[in-house]
Design a protein around this ligand. Structure first.
Ligand SMILES: [Zn+2]
Length: 314
């Protein structure tokens, strides 16, 4: 993994810990990254924060992890990218990147000669290929509320999914969800044989030291589970969910939810409606399955095809 990072342009002059920039070839983008070489043998771990630029607790968590983890207490190697999408971060954009208007977490494993987002994904995927485990830190976006949960990909076969699920469980967030979505960072990792998880904590364009502490505690426990840092991982009781159903908007306009975050909904329950600026109902949304409401869009403004809510199904 470290030779790949080296080839991509982040070199360390033989130091055990070093930071710098990983350029995204053919674009103005470069990603701030830190490499920590462990003093003992162990797994190669890639940690990314800020694939989405408006998810602040995860970005600060990635920055703090990069600063805190020291080679003396590490087995194996860790590369932290903190954050991946600096352009989206500085533009304070939800979901999308400013250069091509694409959602970086929908274009994995990317393309070497694609648009900026596709090239970012491609660059990250080169490191994913050489990693033994991939950890991607997310949260509710600027206009999203959510309950902390962890997603793992089921796309790389049963063995890979099971390894991913067990490490995802060790984070200790209340819900662990299996996913068959294509194009996301974890399915990009799964497509090159690397297990991993995508964690979600924080919401609505805010961050606090408390959230970052909670996030870091979860990731440190996962790193113990993986054998990267010493110590017995805490065991957590979490709720396993088989899938996540995302409800998308059919219209642009104003969004009026009928449900609350973390609420149990039954199939057919009304989730909310979209109205136009004159108060006329344009479309109504009902639960396609029974389950728990994992995230809910909080903005009044809604664009067509945007996610409105997600239901975790047991
Ligand atoms: Zn995200």
């Amino acid at each position: 993994m470290l030779s790949t990072v080296n080839e991509l342009g982040l070199t360390g002059d033989g130091n055990t810990k070093y930071s710098g920039w990983i350029p995204v070839e053919g674009t103005p983008m470069k990603m701030p990254a830190t490499v920590i070489k462990g003093s003992n043998d162990g797994p190669n771990i890639l940690i990314t924060g800020g694939v989405h630029g408006g998810e602040y607790p995860c970005i600060e968590t990635a920055i703090q992890l990069a600063n805190e983890i020291q080679s003396e207490s590490l087995s194996g190697n860790i590369v932290v990218i903190h954050p991946v999408n600096t352009a989206a971060f500085l533009a304070r954009m939800q979901y999308y990147g400013p250069y091509d208007g694409k959602n970086l977490n929908r274009v994995f494993p990317g393309k070497a000669s694609g648009t900026v987002s596709e090239r970012i994904a491609y660059t990250v995927n080169q490191i994913q290929k050489e990693a033994d485990f991939f950890i991607d830190l997310h949260g509710g976006d600027i206009h999203e509320s959510l309950v902390p949960f962890v997603i793992y990909s089921k796309n790389g076969g049963e063995e890979l999914a099971e390894k991913s699920r067990l490490v995802a469980e060790s984070v200790g967030f209340p819900y662990v969800v299996g996913s068959v979505s294509e194009g996301g960072s974890i399915s990009g990792a799964a497509s090159v044989g690397t297990p991993g998880f995508l964690a979600e904590l924080g919401q609505c364009g805010q961050w606090s030291h408390g959230e970052v502490a909670e996030y870091k505690a979860g990731i440190y426990n996962a790193l113990k589970h993986l054998g990267s840092i010493a110590g017995d991982p805490d065991q957590h009781q979490v709720t396993q969910l088989q899938k996540m159903t995302v409800v998308k908007s059919l219209d642009e306009g104003c969004w009026y939810p009928n449900v609350r975050l973390n609420e149990e909904v039954n199939k057919g329950d009304k989730l909310g409606e979209i109205r136009d600026y004159f108060g006329n109902t344009l479309s109504e949304y009902t639960a396609e399955a029974s389950g728990v409401l994992l995230y809910l869009v909080t903005s009044l403004a809604i664009i067509k095809d945007d996610p409105l809510a997600a239901i975790g199904v047991a």
